[in-house]
Ligand binder design. Structure first.
Ligand SMILES: C[C@@H](O)C(=O)SC[C@H](NC(=O)CC[C@H](N)C(=O)O)C(=O)NCC(=O)O
Ligand code: NI
Length: 137
């Protein structure tokens, strides 16, 4: 820790989404997050929806930005990696997600070159979400 660290707090990660209702349903319905707030900006023709596991005052959350009228899928690019969620019993969680139709391009198991058990699922826009087996860390 350095002297500057007390001045900053991690607030959110923003991702641009094509279908806001579909994304909100994914993050709340499948991943158990809460829709914390939804702010429309008519002058900018966009909406921000914040989802997470606790209030923004104490938790780092995800900001889903929807640009009105956008139809072209976003290019996620090779630089973006993933959002990471910790879970207990990653195998049971992945089974339940698969039964609900979630895309799981990387099934659960020990990570390459490591020992932590991870999995990767995809959100409606194709953003990778890593699931980390907390009991395997
Ligand atoms: C510990 C956990 O939070 C990780 O994200 S490690 C996952 C691991 N990451 C990498 O290998 C990064 C280097 C790689 N060359 C890259 O640029 O992505 C990972 O993605 N492992 C893949 C797997 O299937 O285990
Ligand atoms: Ni990670």
């Amino acid at each position: 820790m350095n002297e500057a660290s007390g001045q900053f707090r991690m607030m959110h990660t923003m991702i641009r989404v094509l279908d806001l209702d579909k994304s909100i349903a994914f993050y709340t319905g499948l991943l158990g997050m809460t829709l914390l707030r939804r702010d429309d900006y008519p002058d900018g023709k966009f909406t921000n929806a914040f989802v997470g596991y606790g209030p923004e005052e104490s938790d780092t959350v995800v900001e889903l930005t929807h640009n009105w009228g956008r139809e072209e899928p976003y290019e996620i690019g090779s630089g973006f990696g993933h959002l990471a969620l910790g879970v207990t019993d990653i195998y049971a969680v992945c089974d339940a997600l698969a039964q609900q139709g979630a895309k799981i391009p990387r099934p659960p198991g020990p990570m390459l070159h490591g020992t932590t058990h991870i999995a990767f699922i995809e959100d409606p826009d194709g953003y990778k979400i890593e699931l980390i087996g907390l009991d395997t860390m």
